[in-house]
Ligand binder design. Structure first.
Ligand code: CO
Length: 643
């Protein structure tokens, strides 16, 4: 049984949840389980529970609840149910209005379903035959989220749009052979093609791109000597259930099917007392909007969290391959399409790394020479969503720095390049002869439920400021910084600005350091382009969170996903842009930061046939959170290694 209200759902709990739903008569032969999530207790209740548990260790556990979304595959009806595992009863249920609110995520079985539908569709088969593709079973079909474009006949339907790829043999990398110029719109409930857009016939690129197979033309290099990481006394962290302690850091590991890894109650021990920093940190959404307006791909936008449940796609990580050194793994448990537990073995990787020099000085007057080495704790997982693979790496450093790095790799989504050899096509690059790669962005939304020394937090936007020559600045060398308090939610929607070194300082105005300054952490954004699609576009409405690098909202336990609770086919107006219409106070209260960051990807030939990892992320650095360098007590490098 769970020890803490934020512990991850176990397989036994998922079974119990299914039994409760079954006994309540909510499971029929066509029922599927697109979402099964821990219904986390309110932040206020968890904090009160912990305060009381400290005084009375036998304090009764909080009610353990699960939120399940049921899809009836026969009727298309969607029902949201909250169950209590504690009282073994249904707490609430309601019908979801799929037209207004959106659809639950795409199920893994729906990938198989679309192939069966298309392979049996005479119109689609005829279009393939016209392209010289006589064997439909050799054409693999990708079930791609449909978005919302107000096309006639689509409202209320559960849809995907299908692009296809030719598979030359069983081991073939199909992504290299796009069958372009044609797209099928498929209703997943009636199991029919509702629209076939056959725009034009483009030749299918046939060159193999089988990086996963041995290629005699590319012999493996023989220049590498082994690198081995050894920690003969084991790692410096300890694990107690989901609670991890490392150096002065402490946090809880969580995992769910939408966000994957979540970190809870992240804090740092300073002068013997635990100081909270972040109550909950996660990547709550990521979206990949494509920039090719052609008739077969204007709709291409994939929300990998809300539409595809990226946590369900977590890879099983292998020692020596994915992770080097003294590794501890955590398995993750998610519900499958039938609501039963599925264990994702070795889904989360925990290890520490040497990270070069932490601090160093050689003194010209006293002759001393000091150096300390930096380490970081790495908490990571990797997912595969169709053609792309993403790694999510949280780093904690000895000096109080927190970093998130997202890694993008895998195979870029290819098209048939319409004009081979002519680089003037404005919406894609030609990355291999005849192979196009439409321009796109990968935009992530980190949800940072802050708790710097308590729940009264505030945000200042801090810019560097150039100062003109004046009587006070006669030589013109002056520059300073300017802090602007973000007072309400509408003030809190901000863009990054690298030209002024813009950062956002999260502080607790009620807690001060030794200099009397409010304790603070600064969010350092990369400041790459926000959403490049036109503000009038469908994606700008549906992924409104991507239009700003920062949003600050008043804490609300129900506001968990920046594009709303049901992202798939969501028309917009249920996410962060609508919440801030309330314009709540964010100055000295319980707040959540939502940070948009990511890659704008103009694919290169070097990204083919498999893309070397590209990185994006952000850093949170203490600014007066500590009274001085919190890593002064790091010992010198051990004698055996440093002479
Ligand atoms: Co990309």
């Amino acid at each position: 049984m769970p020890q803490h209200p934020l512990d991850r759902l176990t397989g036994a709990e998922l079974e119990l949840n299914r039994t409760i739903l079954d006994q309540a008569g909510l499971i029929g032969p066509a029922t599927r389980f697109p979402l099964v999530l821990l219904h986390e207790p309110a932040k206020r209740d968890v904090l009160a529970w912990e305060a009381a548990t400290g005084r009375a260790p036998d304090q009764q556990a909080l009610d353990r609840q699960v939120r399940t979304v049921l899809l009836d595959r026969a009727s298309g009806q969607v029902t949201e149910v909250v169950t209590s595992l504690t009282s073994q009863a249904v707490v609430s249920r309601r019908a979801v209005d799929v037209t207004r609110e959106g659809q639950p995520p795409i199920l893994s079985e729906e990938f198989d379903l679309v192939e069966k539908i298309l392979w049996a569709d005479p119109g689609w088969c005829a279009a393939m035959a016209r392209r010289g593709l006589a064997d439909p079973a050799r054409i693999r079909v990708s079930a791609l989220s449909a978005g919302v474009f107000d096309l006639p006949g689509e409202q209320g339907r559960r849809l995907v749009r299908c692009l296809s790829f030719l598979q030359l043999h069983d081991d073939d990398n199909v992504w290299a052979h796009p069958v372009d110029g044609i797209v099928a719109y498929v209703d997943l409930i009636s199991c029919e093609v509702i629209e076939l857009i056959d725009d034009r016939e483009l030749s299918v690129p046939l060159a193999a791109a089988d990086f996963h197979l041995d290629d005699p033309a590319v012999p493996a290099r023989i220049s590498q000597r082994p690198i081995e990481i050894r920690q003969p006394e084991g790692p410096s962290f300890t694990i107690d259930g989901n609670l991890v302690s490392w150096e002065k850091w402490q946090f809880r590991i969580g995992f769910d099917q939408v966000e994957g890894l979540t970190l809870h109650q992240l804090g740092f021990t300073d002068g013997g007392r635990g100081r909270p920093i972040i109550y909950r940190a996660s990547v709550a959404e990521m979206v990949v909007p494509y920039g090719d307006p052609s008739p077969v791909r204007f709709w291409q936008n994939y929300f990998d969290a809300g539409e595809y449940s990226l946590g369900k796609e977590a890879n099983t990580l292998a020692l020596g391959c994915d992770c080097l050194g003294e590794i501890r793994y955590f398995d993750a448990v998610v519900a499958d399409d039938d609501g039963r537990p599925r264990t994702l073995a070795h889904a989360i990787c925990l290890h520490e790394e040497d990270y070069g020099v932490l601090w160093k000085h050689t003194d010209m007057y006293n002759g001393s020479s000091s150096v300390r080495r930096q380490r970081r704790l790495v908490i990571s997982f990797f997912i595969t969503v169709g053609n792309y693979d993403y790694g999510f790496y949280w780093y904690l450093y000895l000096d109080g720095t927190i970093e998130l790095e997202c890694k993008a790799t895998g195979v870029v989504f290819a098209s048939a390049y319409p004009t081979p050899g002519d680089a003037s096509y404005p919406w894609a690059s030609e990355i291999a002869p005849g192979v196009g790669a439409p321009f796109h962005q990968h935009l992530f939304s980190a949800r940072l439920d802050m708790m710097l020394d308590g729940t009264t937090n505030a945000v200042d936007e801090v810019d560097a400021v150039r100062v003109p020559v004046s009587a006070a600045n006669p030589y013109g060398n002056a520059f300073t910084r300017q802090a602007t308090r973000l007072r309400t939610e509408r003030d809190g929607a901000r863009l990054a600005d690298g030209a002024v070194g813009r950062t956002w300082h999260v502080s607790n105005p009620a807690v001060h350091n030794a200099m009397g300054q409010p304790v603070a952490y600064a969010l350092h954004p990369e400041g790459g382009p926000a959403l490049l699609a036109d503000p009038a576009s469908s994606i700008a409405r549906r992924a409104a969170f991507t239009s700003r690098h920062l949003w600050v909202t008043a804490h609300d336990d129900d506001q968990r996903y920046p594009a709303g609770a049901y992202v798939n086919q969501n028309p917009g107006g249920t996410g962060i842009d609508s919440w801030i219409e309330a314009d709540r106070d964010i100055d000295g209260t319980d707040i959540v930061l939502w940070h948009t960051f990511g890659l704008t990807h103009f694919p290169r030939p070097e990204d083919w046939p498999i893309m070397p990892v590209d990185q994006t992320g952000f850093v949170l650095k203490p600014v007066g959170f500590f009274d001085r360098n919190p890593a002064l007590d790091v010992p010198p490098p051990s004698a055996g290694h440093c002479r």
